[in-house]
Design a protein around this ligand. Structure first.
Ligand code: GUN
Ligand code: FE
Length: 429
């Protein structure tokens, strides 16, 4: 039987996955067992009771958990690399808002989102939390298109009803909430792999009235939430002016009941958190999507990842396309290490840089846990896996499996990804 067509199979190869933040387990020539879409664990030699399962022989290939992107903007894929000499708020005005307004045209959206779907299938990510735009039809279309890829995606119709150009701004809080209600009602139970995530863009563009309405919708539909937090200094200052009664940016979300707790929540960036905010993030179990490339590209800064980790904050990685130019979370891992060194050197010597094992953890198990048992090959985890053929990456001397992983993280590309599985199903074969 062909293992790719079966729900139950064994993959043989050089297997690496995180056990926790600091512990990478690599098994050279190991066996990874999939049954009913779940991992049954990794074995140095195949136990007798799995001998009858189809064996996929990927000797000398690297077998890794699928990567998790906790933060990207699907409509921004089209203009990656433009405006990279601007700061965040200028870039939003000059490039992002004009481009996103084009998604009122479904034909434009179909072409642009087809390119996103193609790119994501070819790349190493298996799970993605993404923003669409304010437009209801184009958001539905994006969800339909992502569903066909087999990747597991959370997709958000964006809410924004103030402080943005009239060609993109929703005309009232009531209209924004009404469209969001229609979208949530139509999405519920419609998909196998795709689900809705509430997406107030960020405090500056969402009125108090709208935030109140979104809180009610969150309760009615019991959906998770994603937004932006403490990305740039200018943005934090803007929020301080807009919310004079809030202690800080995180407290502004919390005052509307939209900051974690019972609501699974991702906040992107968190470059400039105050001590109180870190405590609230931890207390409310809010996930931080660390987006190192975007934070550098948009002059936002370098997030204090070590401080957040030391405070037991849940962290995953985000591409933040198009703040970041690359959808691959391998790139985010490498950038997370590089920028953590710059922070260590230039900001605070007491904040140790990230290790390879930590960066790998953030891009797999760290972000994966937002989706449940995802991001590892420990028994019981959902079977998301990528098979990497790194034989063309030149080395005139023998490399350990860990060393091969480090090189793949730093400079492999989509051509090295031979196969990709999500919940036990092959989505790139
Ligand atoms: N803050 C609000 N909207 C955005 C966006 O589209 N990208 C980034 N990087 N930050 C934002
Ligand atoms: Fe973003």
């Amino acid at each position: 039987m062909n293992g790719k067509k079966s729900d139950n199979f064994v993959i043989h190869g050089d297997i690496c996955y995180s056990l926790d933040q600091n512990t990478l387990r690599c098994v050279e020539g190991g066996y990874l067992v999939c049954k009913d879409g779940k991992s049954q664990g990794v074995y140095p030699s195949l136990p007798d009771w799995y001998m009858n399962l189809p064996l996929l022989d990927h000797s000398d290939r690297l077998i890794l958990p699928g990567l998790v992107d906790l933060h990207m903007h699907a409509p921004q894929f089209a203009f990656r690399g433009l405006g990279m000499d601007l700061e965040l708020l200028e870039w939003l005005e000059a490039y992002t808002f004009p481009e996103e307004s084009k998604y009122r045209n479904l034909g434009y959206a179909r072409n642009a989102y087809a390119a996103v779907a193609r790119d994501l299938v070819n790349g190493p990510n298996t799970r993605v939390c993404m923003y669409a735009t304010v437009h209801l039809p184009a958001t539905r279309l994006l969800m339909d298109m992502m569903e066909t890829t087999g990747l597991v995606c959370m997709v958000g119709k964006v809410n924004m009803d103030r402080n943005n150009p009239p060609y993109l701004c929703e005309s009232s809080a009531a209209l924004s909430a009404e469209h969001t209600h229609m979208w949530l009602a139509a999405s519920a139970g419609r998909y196998k792999n795709v689900s809705a995530i509430l997406t107030p863009r960020f405090i500056p563009v969402c009125s108090d009235e709208l935030m109140g309405m979104l809180q009610k919708l969150q309760k009615e539909f019991n959906v998770p939430l994603q937004s932006h937090l403490c990305e740039s200094r200018a943005e934090v200052e803007w929020v301080r002016k807009l919310c004079p009664n809030s202690k800080n940016y995180a407290d502004a979300y919390d005052s509307f009941g939209l900051f974690g707790g019972d609501v699974p929540t991702i906040m992107a960036h968190c470059v400039w958190p105050e001590e109180d905010e870190i405590a609230l993030i931890r207390e409310k179990n809010v996930y931080i999507a660390h987006c190192p490339q975007s934070n550098a590209n948009l002059t936002s800064g370098v997030a204090p990842v070590r401080r957040l980790l030391n405070n037991d904050v849940q962290i995953g990685l985000g591409s933040d396309v198009a703040g970041g130019c690359h959808t691959s979370i391998f790139r985010a891992m490498a950038d997370a290490i590089q920028t953590s060194k710059l922070r260590h050197l230039l900001v605070d010597r007491s904040e140790a840089p990230l290790s390879i094992a930590e960066a790998f953890y953030l891009g797999t198990l760290g972000g994966g846990s937002f989706f449940g048992n995802v991001g590892s090959f420990a028994a019981g985890y959902e079977f998301d896996a990528i098979i990497i053929d790194d034989t063309s990456i030149y080395a005139p001397f023998p490399l350990t499996v860990e060393e091969r992983l480090a090189r793949v993280m730093h400079f492999s590309d989509d051509r090295h990804i031979q196969e990709k599985y999500v919940r036990g199903k092959c989505v790139k074969c």
